[in-house]
Write a protein that binds this ligand. Sequence first.
Ligand SMILES: NC(=O)c1ccc[n+]([C@@H]2O[C@H](COP(=O)([O-])OP(=O)(O)OC[C@H]3O[C@@H](n4cnc5c(N)ncnc54)[C@H](OP(=O)(O)O)[C@@H]3O)[C@@H](O)[C@H]2O)c1
Length: 290
Amino acid sequence: MAKLAFLGLGVMGYPMAGHLKKAGHEVTVYNRSGAKAQKWAAEFGGASAPTPREAAKGAEFVMACVGNDDDLRSVCLGADGAFAGMESGAVFVDHTTVSAKVTRELYAAADEKQISFVDAPISGGQAGAENGKLSIMCGGDQGAYDRAEPVMAAYARICRRIGESGAGQMTKMCNQIAIAGLVQGLSEALHFAEKSGLDGRAVVEVISQGAAGSWQMSNRYETMIDDHFEHGFAVDWMRKDLGICLDTADENGASLPVTALVDQFYKDVQKMGGGRWDTSSLFKRLRALG
Ligand SMILES: NC(=O)c1ccc[n+]([C@@H]2O[C@H](COP(=O)([O-])OP(=O)(O)OC[C@H]3O[C@@H](n4cnc5c(N)ncnc54)[C@H](OP(=O)(O)O)[C@@H]3O)[C@@H](O)[C@H]2O)c1
């Protein structure tokens, strides 16, 4: 069992840190708004610290799941950042979805202090985090990954190292690109069914068993039909992710026309007040068009 720190107790981080504690590790958490850290400590019986540096002190592994590139920099760097508290030989595991650029920048900063940095973004949603069944795609040094993998097993359904630093984040971009077009397609199918007077539930019961089936279709069709979007993966986060994908495509020359279009549809959802709605709210946008 290891001494661990977990930074960022949001929708994903809160239950993930809980799985680590339940697996028997010694866990100290940090959250920007302290009340959540205290609630976590009371619920799971771990410790909480007021800064990333103090949480990370003496930890063998420091896991993080915050918001975006700047949020990650702010919990890693500076006088109160985790790197200042970590000892040589410790491993930082980042579960945030961020750019490969910031990942490589922090990998280099960590390396200067003889700290390992593994990028380990996640997929599987709130339910995956709560049930401990996330897909984790990793980049970084093989040795550091091999040490971190048994720790991540507490909340992983599958965990794989894809390549060097940044490869995990590049894989997460593939994941988001695949989801963007898929959710719009599902929304259009349900919209078409509604316009045709078909029972959307009956339609999905059949087509989800055929070639059109997907995680999004099976897990989201009921809430979409019921106009329920106050859960899941926030549109604001999806726009952050698609922005990263589109910027990276500018660099590597990939052509992402559907991803660019769906990003604009999510911008419409934000204008409807849906920044924190689940990404399946693309269907609500179509309904609003009439
Ligand atoms: N939700 C999903 O289904 C899902 C799935 C896969 C990947 N992700 C990715 O996982 C990450 C977290 O998502 P989430 O849904 O858990 O987000 P969330 O519920 O909004 O939680 C974000 C967490 O980051 C902390 N944070 C934000 N900015 C910070 C800063 N500058 N300094 C310190 N802490 C900061 C927040 O602290 P406060 O509590 O103080 O605000 C909170 O603990 C994102 O990168 C997201 O894209 C999410």
